[in-house]
Design a protein around this ligand. Structure first.
Ligand code: B12
Ligand code: SF4
Ligand code: SF4
Length: 387
């Protein structure tokens, strides 16, 4: 490293990046050195990820288990997929909204869409998706770094890469290293002031922006609380900070294709897209401030959506309502399957007619789910047979 680079790697540069992140709409930003291969921190995280993967916790999410040419799990250590990485700039947006939680009394016949997927109210031109919103902000931070390096006459190439979810990166682990918060027993990153309604994005860099020796992860403030573990309806939180993702309602409703495991359907309750329960019960979220990002404002019509209305969306109406939102990728077909489960769990016989129609329809997964739901409502599927 030349003297120029030495000068750049001062707290001044870090402060400038953090300041840029705030201007780009992030509520929190931290910089951390990536623990080097062979370090204890890297080894512990590698082992954790390997054990998680080998225990089948990823369900059908094969993309989480991708390996390099030597069969090493890409996500087990950042160095496997990105050998040049030295430090990360971790940014977080508060997406909390002034709206009820999923546990508060709700209008009869309503389902639940996860809080993070409500965004896009106001003058955004329609639904927004946090992946796009955060990536745009990260590009500004990335740009600031390159701009400052160029201004300082830096001649050596500096590599950077920005990710929101899609990279081979365990973002939460890096977030706690960068001081964004601690990993709660519900596996989410929690910040003492903001709670856990945080979405994360990361810029990887080949620059040593921070020293590993001064890692200052936020202290664990869960204490003896176990509310999230006790509240999870599908027992996906198998131990503090350990999730069997294949049991998580977020996985079942968003990621899982085809029929859902029957033994988990009852626990899904009225959740039709994602699940907020283990965050809704968290005491650190009781006083969580409302987020201010202009592209993350909630669309009120997505809060406690009517199951009947969701059921009646045809392809065009689904596209019109959810284009650009996280629901678009999951698609109408899976959403209807989830609505059928929620109707089955509703104890409301009025859903019988819709379920009967689906049980006779062309989509075998929806027909099977609707038949299950009818049985759960105590209504016999069409005994006369479908015509
Ligand atoms: C796949 C995925 C899922 C899967 C699996 C989640 C899981 N726990 O593995 C499913 C679909 C279930 C899911 C659900 C949700 N997700 Co998600 N998901 C991801 C994704 C893309 C990869 C996660 C991953 O690698 N999992 C593998 C496991 C091993 O890693 P991990 O749980 O993230 O991190 C663990 C290790 O670091 C380890 N660890 C670290 N230190 C320690 C210490 C000890 C003692 C122990 C035992 C373990 C441990 O524990 C961490 C927490 O489990 C990330 C984005 C990313 N690239 O990281 C978003 C991400 C984790 N998801 C996010 C969100 C918002 C959600 C939901 C809230 C959405 C919703 N409302 O439905 C739920 C939350 C459920 C929950 N309680 O975690 C946010 C979390 C933000 C936050 N504040 O923590 C992320 C970071 C996306 C983002 N860009 O903001 N998700
Ligand atoms: S998101 Fe829901 S299902 Fe998943 S761990 Fe939390 S409470 Fe359990
Ligand atoms: S509910 Fe309790 S144990 Fe769970 S994350 Fe919040 S403080 Fe930690």
């Amino acid at each position: 490293m030349g003297p120029l680079r030495q000068t750049l790697l001062t707290p001044h540069l870090r402060d400038a990046l953090v300041e840029r992140a705030h201007r780009a709409g992030f509520d929190l930003c931290g910089v951390a050195a990536v623990p080097q291969p062979g370090s204890q921190a890297d080894a512990v995280q590698q082992q954790r990820f390997r054990e998680w993967a080998e225990a089948g916790r990823a369900g059908d999410m094969a993309w989480l288990l991708r390996t390099d040419a030597d069969g090493v799990l890409l996500r087990s250590s950042l160095h496997v997929a990105v050998p040049w990485v030295r430090s990360v700039i971790l940014c977080a947006v508060n997406y909390n909204a002034d709206q009820p939680t999923s546990l508060e009394p709700a209008p009869k016949g309503s389902g639940w869409i996860a809080r993070y997927a409500w965004s896009g109210a106001g003058d955004t031109g329609g639904a927004t998706d946090y992946h796009d919103v955060l990536l745009k902000g990260l590009r500004e931070v990335e740009g600031e770094l390159h701009h400052r390096l160029a201004d300082a006459g830096e001649s050596q190439p500096v590599q950077t890469r920005a990710y929101v979810d899609t990279g081979p990166v365990v973002e939460r682990w890096l977030a706690q290293l960068a001081g964004i918060g601690w990993i709660g027993k519900n596996t989410c990153v929690l910040n003492q002031q903001l709670g856990s309604w945080l979405l994360l994005g990361v810029v990887l860099t080949s620059l040593p922006l921070a020293e590993e020796a001064v890692l200052l992860p936020a202290p664990d403030r869960c204490g003896s609380c176990t509310r999230c573990l006790d509240a999870c309806p599908t027992e996906a939180l198998i131990a503090p900070r350990q999730m069997d993702a294949s049991r998580c309602i977020a996985y079942l409703t968003i990621e899982k294709k085809g029929s859902l495991p029957e033994d988990l359907r009852e626990g899904m309750g009225r959740q039709v897209f994602g699940c907020d329960i283990c965050q809704d019960v968290c005491p650190w979220n009781r006083k969580a401030p409302v987020g201010t990002h202009s592209e993350m404002r909630p669309r009120a019509e997505l809060v406690n959506p009517s199951l009947q209305e969701l059921a009646q969306l045809d392809n065009a109406a689904f596209r019109a309502k959810y284009r650009g939102s996280p629901l678009e990728r999951t698609g109408r077909k899976r959403l209807l399957r989830n609505v059928a489960v929620a109707m089955g769990n509703s104890a409301d016989p009025q859903h019988g007619a819709q379920l009967l129609e689906w049980s006779c329809g062309d989509d075998p997964v929806l027909a099977e789910t609707a038949t299950w739901a009818l049985e759960r409502l105590g209504q016999a599927p069409d005994e006369a047979g479908c015509t």
